[in-house]
Write a protein that binds this ligand. Structure first.
Ligand SMILES: [Fe+2]
Length: 388
């Protein structure tokens, strides 16, 4: 990430910032990796430590279900009942110690602010538009946006910008205890995205509008998640009371349609589509693109054994030409060690194609993923036989 500054900050870190009547602003340094990695300095109207009450909130446990066989999995999460808000409505489907994948189709507005206490988040907006309201400013979002939110960020979703307010928002939520970052091979020694990288700083949208809320009274709740536990912190001032901030630690958006996919004479493997890096998993974007142009090229991926990683695909849009029975919002898990590839007839059907319109998000994990109880509710158990 790069240096950002919004609003008022003092000329030097850790010195006084005064309001128009000489009142002191309160600095909060949001640090990561024990003060040694990226950080931001925020300046508040009120001390962010001035909590009125700490209250218990319902936990959201992830119930993993050990599987008796190792097999390919096809989930149809649109079969799950929508509900809750943008946080309580998250249905975890696949998880391991490094990453949790959930689908969320909220039916309620958020009546509180939320702060992920111990995970970074990537939220892919499949359907819906609105504003990600954060203490560092607002980020308008629309379909196709990845919202990247570092732990410690106080935020709230507002979907009121949707063209059809009745249409349910739909999100893929990726959470990790590690730090989400740009793939290091895209970044030059100066920290800038390299020429030839599939996106550029111009495509990254940090908070653009800082609105400082001076309201007092409340109470306003910031709900903090640590593990499965949720704790409500009640304040008598609005949590978005930041007058300015700077640093490298802030939420940002990137639209999947701004990813510039590469195509070769013959098929290029998924690392060419990598978008994000974390510890022990990666996120890739499969975007509409030209197909391979070698005269004998096979236009769909070859059969492959990803022997040491589990491969998850979330199907967003388009015609998923290599797979049978896959629909919008389908999720497939092709676990390590078992080969997978195009369904029968897909290679032949694709030979004359020059473009693909498919849009999908891939998560490749280095450790095996487990299914949750919610996953089993939308599992298409006959999927392993679909290559017959
Ligand atoms: Fe694959």
């Amino acid at each position: 990430m790069y240096y950002m500054k919004l609003g008022q900050v003092p000329a030097k870190r850790h010195t006084q910032l005064l309001g128009p009547k000489g009142e002191l602003r309160y600095e909060q340094v949001v640090t990561t990796h024990g003060f040694d990695h990226r950080y931001a300095c925020l300046y508040h109207l009120h001390p962010p430590t001035r909590v009125m009450e700490v209250v218990e909130r319902p936990p959201q446990p992830i119930e993993l279900v050990p599987q008796k066989v190792k097999r390919h999995v096809h989930l149809r999460p649109l079969g799950l009942k929508p509900g809750g808000d943008a946080i309580s409505g998250r249905n975890p489907l696949l998880a391991n110690a490094d990453v949790t994948l959930a689908i969320c189709r909220p039916t309620e507005k958020m009546a509180y602010f939320y702060r992920p206490g111990d995970c970074d988040e990537i939220i892919f907006i499949h359907q819906g538009q609105g504003t990600l309201q954060t203490w560092q400013g607002n980020i308008p979002f629309a379909e196709g946006d990845y919202l990247v939110i570092p732990r410690g960020t106080t935020y709230r979703f507002d979907f009121s910008g949707s063209a059809d307010p009745e249409a349910l928002a739909r999100m893929l939520v990726i959470r990790t205890p590690s730090m989400i970052r740009l793939p290091s091979r895209y970044v030059n020694p100066a920290g800038q995205l390299r020429l030839g990288a599939p996106f550029y700083e111009r495509d990254i949208r940090p908070p653009s509008l800082l609105q400082t809320h001076e309201e007092t009274g409340g109470p306003w709740e910031v709900r903090v998640q640590t593990g499965d536990q949720f704790t409500g912190y009640l304040f008598d001032f609005h949590p978005f009371d930041v007058v300015g901030w700077d640093g490298y630690c802030y939420p940002w958006a990137f639209n999947i349609y701004n990813y510039e996919p590469l195509a070769g004479r013959v098929h290029l493997p998924p690392p060419f589509q990598q978008t994000f890096q974390a510890d022990r998993f990666v996120v890739c974007s499969f975007c509409p693109r030209m197909l391979e142009d070698h005269p004998q090229a096979i236009k769909v991926p070859y059969v492959h054994s990803n022997v040491d990683s589990d491969e998850v695909l979330y199907y967003v849009n388009g015609n998923f030409s290599s797979r049978r029975g896959i629909g919008v919002s389908s999720i497939t898990l092709h676990p390590s060690g078992i080969p997978h590839g195009p369904h029968p007839g897909a290679i032949e059907a694709s030979l004359k194609a020059t473009r693909t319109e498919e849009l999908a998000v891939m998560v490749d994990t280095f450790a095996p993923l487990q299914l949750t109880t919610e996953a089993l509710q939308c599992d298409q158990a006959d999927y392993p036989m679909s290559w017959k």
